[in-house]
Every structure is written in C-alpha cells, then in structure tokens.
Ligand binder design. Sequence first.
Ligand SMILES: Cc1cc2nc3c(=O)[nH]c(=O)nc-3n(C[C@H](O)[C@H](O)[C@H](O)COP(=O)(O)O)c2cc1C
Ligand SMILES: CC(C)CC(=O)C(=O)O
Length: 395
Amino acid sequence: MKDDQQSIPSYGLGRQMQVYMQGLQGQLPSLPVSPEVLEQQALAHLSQQAAGYLAGMDDTMQANLRAFQRWSILPRMLRDVSRRQLSTTILGMQLPIPLLLAPIGVQSIIHPEAELAVARAARATGVPMILSTAASRSIEAVAQELADTPRWFQLYWSKNPDLNASLVHRAEQAGYSAIVVTLDTRLLSWREQDIQNAYLPFLQGEGLANYFSDPVFRQALAQSPEKDPAMAIRYFIDIFLNPSLTWDQLAFLRQHTSLPIFLKGVLHPDDARQTIDAGMDGIIVSNHGGRQVGGSRAALDALPAVVEAAGGQVPVLFDSGIRRGSDVLKAIALGARAVLLGRPYIWGLALDGEAGVQQVLQNLLADLDLTLAVSGFSSISQLDASLLVNERPTA
Ligand SMILES: Cc1cc2nc3c(=O)[nH]c(=O)nc-3n(C[C@H](O)[C@H](O)[C@H](O)COP(=O)(O)O)c2cc1C
Ligand SMILES: CC(C)CC(=O)C(=O)O
C-alpha cells in the first residue's frame, strides 16, 4: 500500500455499516437521508419568512437540478475499487474530499447556533468551510470553532474600500487561507417569496456580525451599533449594494492580500478569461443557487465552456445544485476541481443544528465514495467526461 493511501478514511462503507448496525438496535437515522425529503421537512420546520428566504427563486433552482439529470453516469465493471482516493489539491491546498461548504449568510434565521454549529460540523468531518461576509457570527468566532479546519472567507465587496480591506485583513489574521469574491450579488434580485413576505433579514439586524464587529465600520458611525442599531443597519444598507463595481477594481484587492482570490458567480466563458486577465487565482462557476438571475442558464450547463476558457490556468470550482454523490462526480467529470455544497447542509442545520449538518455531510461523503466505487473508479483524479453520457430530452 502506498503511503498516500494509508490515511484514506472509509467514508462509504464505514458510514453505511454504522447506519445498519444502529438499525439492528432499533435506531434509524434521525434525519431523512433523501435530500428531497430533507428539504421538505426543513422548510416545513422554519418560519414562513425564513423558509421563503432559503428557498429563493424556484425556477432557476429547478433548472440547476434538471441539468444534472441530463447527464448519466456510464459505469465500468471489474476494476479494483477496494481502495479509494477522494482527496484533491487546490493551489497546493490539500482537501480530504473535493467538497467545501458554500458561503451562506444569515444562518441565525435558520438555527440559534448558526455558523458556530456549522463550523463544529465542518471540524468533525474535515470539510473546509467558506464563511460569508453576511454571517451571523464573526470571522474570529467561527475561526475559533474551526480550530485547524481549513477555511476561506467570502467577501461581499461593499462601497467602503477601507471596510473591504479590513475584512480581508481580519480573515488573514484569523487563518482563512483564500478569499472568495462573489460577483453575482451586487444588487439583490427580485425574489418573489421575500417580496410577498416583505422580508429581508438584514433589516432586522440579522447577518451583520462581521460589520458590527469591524473597526472601520464602527468608525463610520456616530454611535456604536449597540447604542443605535437602526443607524448601523441603515449604514449597512447604504454601502452593501455596489452595482458600480467593475473588473478594474479587483486590482485593489490584489494589493491588499497575498491570499489566493477566487471569483464566484462566473457563468460566461468571457468572464472566465477576464478573471485570469485580472490576475485572480480561481473561478467558482455558480448561479448563486438560482437566487439571482431569474431564467439564468443552469450552472452545470455553463461549466464545460468555463473550464475550456480557463484552459487549466486556474482551478475551476462549481456550485448550484449539488445534492447527491453522483452530482459531485458529474461536476468533477465536467472539469470542476471541487464543488461547494449549499442548501443541503442548511436543511440539516434547520432540523438538528450541528448534529444535523454533520449527518448531512457524512451521508453525502458516503454516497460520493460509494458512487465512485460502483461506477468503477478508485480515484477522483481519474474522472473525466468519458464517465458521462449527455441524455438529450426525448421529445
Ligand atoms: C440562504 C442562502 C444564503 C446565501 N448567502 C450567500 C452569501 O452570503 N454569499 C455567497 O457568496 N453566496 C451565498 N449563497 C449562495 C451559495 O453560496 C451557493 O452559491 C448556493 O447555495 C448554491 O446553490 P444550491 O444551494 O442550490 O446548491 C447563499 C445561498 C442561500 C441558499
Ligand atoms: C444577499 C446576501 C447577503 C445573502 C445571499 O447571498 C443570498 O441571500 O443569496
């Protein structure tokens, strides 16, 4: 056995056997194993406002899911898959599995322990976490829960450049090893459910921990956020949306950090080329889980052209629609180096906090490992488009 194979955890068989053994003692999994049932239960468990916010715009999200169904895996038989290698590297960073937790803001509307519960689950499973700027817990508090678990910081680029620099500096100090700049949310889109519910969590002070704890943000206020929260929220609303942001401003960030910078929300191959021209280090293909551009192209459909445009110069990651192990394999076969898991871990958080997130992650890792094996592959690095067949709509 080679050295690098000795530490491979048996995600699939280990988890499967654990579940069956517990079953012999009359103990069934406490959360639904099916992502669809998990989603239904989580949304039913939340307030109408939080459920509407989490669900977002249905049409583009459904398009994301349908795009996965158009690709089928064509499995290979009689290959030795007794040992599997799931790990990968991104810009020299070692990942135990090709999966990270997508940045998802305002988790306090989902569960009182919010990002801290997610961080503990990330630590227990070794899955790196990407923390949102709009988190309900601070950069530093989440880092403390994560201990040695790898972490990246997602930046919402506000109108206040000093604030942006300060957030990035805090992330560096707290051990975050990459910056993810989200491009697709310079304005909030027309979200029908939120408009119907007249609900925006930030107006109620949710998701502002990183702003309220930031020295630059606080300096801009006449009174502290503790003394006058309404004024602090107003200032946040003033600076958060930044529709005038353009490519040339990325140079500012490059000057303010030595960390690798990923741009999230790239769908067009020309934007992939601009990402590279701007000196950025990586691309995340994403349509924000269908929450921004109504009628947008499904993210998976956009992936191959972006991978081609990137031409191997920078790693391409993917999110929007990852639900099962087979989805991870499909995205990787189409050229993604790794994927980000979005809503499913939040459904786990909604139903059972840290334990819920952990269960969702363990199930996904087991599913990924076993689907890789039964498809006839022993390493993530073997996957390419030959794994897949594109099934066009029949009529
Ligand atoms: C409730 C919610 C909040 C989100 N907040 C952020 C955020 O703060 N920053 C960000 O870059 N993306 C955010 N996203 C988008 C996710 O990072 C990711 O792109 C998306 O969830 C992927 O789609 P999926 O969940 O359908 O797989 C959010 C998504 C949801 C569902
Ligand atoms: C607008 C953000 C702060 C949160 C987000 O990305 C989202 O709700 O999709």
